[in-house]
Design a protein around this ligand. Structure first.
Ligand SMILES: Cc1cc2nc3c(=O)[nH]c(=O)nc-3n(C[C@H](O)[C@H](O)[C@H](O)COP(=O)(O)OP(=O)(O)OC[C@H]3O[C@@H](n4cnc5c(N)ncnc54)[C@H](O)[C@@H]3O)c2cc1C
Length: 276
């Protein structure tokens, strides 16, 4: 199938992009890497009258050091993170996550901001950036807002973005040498979205600990009492049962296994991210 006809506007600046979006109203859509929107256009699941292309905006393609945090422009690609082109606020976790997104061709074009704005529950950045406590910068008609991931992702393929809003940045805290991390996703083959995923952060220096479950038909689940779960992984299944409504036992067991493996990776002597 082919997309319905649309106008195309390659924005030269953020102001241009916002003006074009404002002029077109809700019938315009932003396109960044096009890796999620492209297939939706081809299948006519999205039928915008106009696309506003933000992929060339230098403002969205840089990373700024803010001291305690780094601000990633939303247009930074998965491949740029994989290649370590920009400073990494973590001890190597971001390139390891990026490396396992789809194939290199997708990673060359797909952007961190596009992935978050698309809000596929199985997307790697959606679950991992929730665990890392990322904040998102959104430029809207009313001004610039900063939202935690837990407010930004509102459901499967649903975010706090309103028509005309631009996600401009992802703010991440720098993690010191005592911080530990585990990420596990189940996929049947490379390039496939996860069937279950979990990410674990243990950062004693920042007094932050999170156990997050992804690839479930709702926003990522931040499980309560992470310390108790990490100390006693036998509690995971009942914690998941309480946090999710009516999931088949086999699905819950798969998610529980992902959580168990992410915890094992985070608490292993190396504290390394683990592969599926
Ligand atoms: C074959 C294939 C396999 C894949 N496998 C995986 C995988 O294993 N894991 C994974 O995480 N992802 C996977 N993806 C998705 C990939 O990561 C995409 O890059 C990502 O989901 C979308 O990023 P994009 O820049 O291409 O966004 P686009 O496709 O351009 O846009 C996606 C959506 O976000 C909106 N948007 C984009 N940028 C902004 C912005 N700055 N502000 C506001 N709204 C914006 C668009 O309007 C659109 O609604 C896969 C994709 C393909 C094609």
């Amino acid at each position: 199938m082919k997309p319905v006809a649309f106008d195309y506007d390659a924005a030269a600046s953020l102001a241009d992009a916002r003006e074009a979006l404002g002029a077109r109203g809700p019938l315009a859509k932003i396109v960044a890497g096009g890796q999620s929107l492209g297939p939706m256009l081809n299948l006519r699941l999205a039928r915008p009258q106009a696309l506003v292309d933000v992929s060339r905006l230098p403002y969205l393609r840089r990373v700024s050091d803010e001291g305690e945090t780094l601000l990633y422009g939303s247009g930074v690609t998965h491949a740029e993170i994989e290649d370590g082109i920009f400073p990494d606020p973590t001890p190597g976790w971001l390139p390891a996550i990026a490396r396992r997104i789809a194939y290199r061709a997708v990673r060359n074009r797909g952007t961190i901001g596009g992935s978050l704005a698309h809000a596929d529950p199985a997307a790697d950045w959606v679950v991992t950036l929730t665990a890392l406590g990322a904040e998102l910068v959104v430029v809207a008609a009313a001004g610039t807002a900063t939202l935690p991931m837990t407010d930004f992702i509102q459901g499967p393929f649903a975010t706090a973005l309103e028509p005309g809003d631009v996600l401009t940045g992802v703010r991440l805290r720098k993690r010191g040498p005592s911080a530990r991390w585990g990420y596990w996703k189940f996929t049947q083959k490379i390039g496939e979205f996860a069937k279950a995923s979990a990410a674990v952060l243990i950062d004693p220096e920042r007094a932050e600990m999170r156990v997050v479950v992804g690839a479930i038909e709702r926003p990522p689940i931040v499980l309560p009492e992470p310390e108790a779960l990490i100390a006693d992984p036998d509690r995971i299944l009942s914690a998941l049962e309480q946090a999710t409504v009516s999931n088949p036992p086999a699905t819950l067991a798969l998610h529980a296994a992902a959580v168990r493996r992410a915890i094992a990776a985070a608490t292993s002597p190396n504290g390394k991210e683990s592969a599926s």
